[in-house]
Design a binder for this molecule. Structure first.
Ligand SMILES: Cc1cc2nc3c(=O)[nH]c(=O)nc-3n(C[C@H](O)[C@H](O)[C@H](O)COP(=O)(O)OP(=O)(O)OC[C@H]3O[C@@H](n4cnc5c(N)ncnc54)[C@H](O)[C@@H]3O)c2cc1C
Length: 497
């Protein structure tokens, strides 16, 4: 049970209850409100005669989470019934994650999750609610459209405003309108997003970890004020340019140059495989100066000499934009330098943030494939009209999958807890990314086997996840590069060269 202080702590969660009749006038009184709701809810705010806006405290979040397992309207009625003794007819109930944001409707219960070993018992109510918010968003908004977007090779841009409203961008950063989630909450959000599609999770990772994070950590006050609120609200999109055509795993070799001339920098060079490249308003570009030190620069999309072009023909991450960037005599103001960092530490610290989210995200892709395989195996009948799940060879695959998902969950949670306590080492994050993306890639392939021929069409999600995971396995440090990071940590010997 949370203590009194926890109970009183305000959260970022709220409910909006809409009634078909006018709410009783006495509900407008804060004192009365407290008495009616048995101190579960903090005072409500009436927006008009039919709506009540309730900010939830920690205990209310717990209560809401419990109630939320039932049908949405029943939940709303129950909550409303607590508030108004004479009952009322509830039209709808909305839940929002961040105060001041537009609320969203609570739909029917969705994906049940995968929890073999009481993993959920280790999560706080707020962590579960963050996951549920992302889960519902994916079920309602992404899954109905993802196949079409994947087929057409199109990023679902229409989802950006709602993701912003739900606080997904820069979710774990402080201030500037960010949701200020813990690292575990943020990880659970990326898990759910990638259960939908790795492309959408990639968008959120780039926006949050590779663009907002470096501006937040290394930018000037003016850069933060200008860009962070826009990026958080999804009114600006960012991209991160580190990889070059000749330098991927070894970014230290980069050829892009930034030469200081008076109060400007002149950038020349090329970047490759850049997520969001053609849709970004601002690019974080990593370039070497005359002193050979790597620094970060903010390059705005319309800067003369800056060009972004889409990479076509991808068989992976089709619902994500991937681009090449070219900078030719590209002049930017000197104040666009990110002054707070020099050397590879700059881009690598951003990658650490993003890799952390990927480690969780991969669990989501694995869960989607496992869920599809399990359901299919129970329904598909072969040989004497028995489900294929009745065969030991099929069960062996399903058991391997759930075992690996379970191990991956505990690994992610421990890395997240260490990160929240400021005790995580980059090699911990390497292990998370390396292991979890590998296990998701294996599970996607195994799930495709279980689905037989049906597994190769995009009505089933498994082949899309399988193809996506090929990119995820390679980007943000390939699987083998992470092995080398961990190898260096345990032996003290770098084996990169
Ligand atoms: C869809 C997608 C989106 C991306 N988005 C971005 C982005 O937004 N921004 C960005 O900057 N980059 C992005 N990347 C680039 C990505 O980070 C690189 O592809 C990755 O770092 C690997 O580089 P590479 O492809 O050049 O492979 P290489 O570095 O050429 O590696 C090829 C192979 O050699 C192996 N290898 C390399 N060096 C060693 C070694 N020392 N020992 C053992 N094996 C080694 C690798 O493990 C790999 O298997 C993206 C890539 C993809 C596919």
């Amino acid at each position: 049970m949370p203590g009194t202080n926890d109970r009183q702590r305000k959260t970022n969660h709220f409910l909006l209850i809409e009634s078909s009749e006018h709410l009783p006038a006495r509900m407008m009184s804060h004192d009365e409100n407290r008495r009616w709701n048995g101190d579960i809810f903090s005072p409500g705010q009436v927006f008009n005669l039919n709506t009540l806006f309730i900010f939830l405290d920690a205990r209310a979040v717990a209560d809401f989470n419990r109630l939320h397992e039932r049908l949405a309207l029943a939940t709303a009625k129950e909550v409303y019934g607590k508030l108004a003794s004479d009952g009322g007819s509830v039209k709808s109930c909305f839940h929002g994650y961040k105060s001041g944001r537009m609320p969203r409707e609570i739909p029917m219960p969705s994906f049940p999750g995968v929890d073999f070993l009481e993993f959920d018992a280790l999560l706080s109510d707020e962590e579960k609610l963050a996951r549920k918010t992302a889960r519902l968003f994916v079920d309602e908004k992404l899954l109905p459209i993802i196949v079409e977007h994947d087929r057409e090779g199109k990023f679902p841009m229409q989802l950006v405003p709602e993701m912003a409203e739900l606080g997904f961008f820069g979710a774990s950063l402080k201030g500037y309108g960010c949701a200020e989630m813990s690292n575990v909450e943020y990880g659970l959000v990326t898990q759910e997003l990638e259960r939908g599609d790795s492309g959408l999770r990639s968008f959120v990772s780039v926006q949050s970890a590779l663009v907002m994070y470096p501006i937040h950590a290394f930018g000037t006050d003016a850069q933060k004020q200008r860009w962070l609120p826009l990026l958080q609200r999804g009114q600006a999109i960012g991209c991160f340019g580190l990889t070059e055509p000749q330098f991927g795993s070894n970014p230290a070799g980069m050829l892009t140059r930034a030469v200081k001339k008076g109060d400007s920098y002149i950038l020349d060079g090329e970047k490759m495989w850049i997520t969001n490249g053609t849709i970004a308003h601002v690019a974080v570009i990593w370039a070497k100066g005359d002193d050979q030190k790597i620094r970060g620069f903010l390059v705005e999309k319309d800067t003369p000499g800056f060009k972004a072009w889409a990479i076509h023909g991808k068989q992976s991450l089709r619902a994500s934009v991937t681009a090449g960037l070219a900078m030719t005599n590209c002049k930017i103001p000197a104040e666009n330098l990110l002054p707070g960092v020099e050397g590879l530490r700059g881009p690598l610290s951003c990658l650490n943030q993003a890799r952390y989210g990927i480690g969780w995200g991969a669990i989501g892709a694995a869960m989607a494939c496992y869920d599809a395989a399990l359901n299919y195996a129970k329904q598909r009948k072969q040989f004497e009209n028995r489900p294929i799940a009745s065969h030991q060879l099929v069960q062996e695959k399903l058991v391997w999958m759930i075992t690996e998902i379970t191990k991956a969950q505990f690994l992610a949670l421990q890395v997240g807890r260490l990160k929240d306590q400021g005790r995580v080492h980059p090699s911990h994050i390497s292990m998370l990314k390396m292991n979890n993306v590998w296990m998701a890639r294996e599970i996607a392939r195994m799930a495709r086997e279980i689905l037989g021929a049906n597994g190769i069409v995009d009505d089933a999600c498994v082949m899309r996840h399988m193809n996506n995971l090929e990119s995820v396995y390679t980007y943000e440090g390939t699987h083998d590069i992470h092995k080398l990071v961990i190898g260096e940590r345990i032996t003290g010997i770098a084996a990169f060269v």
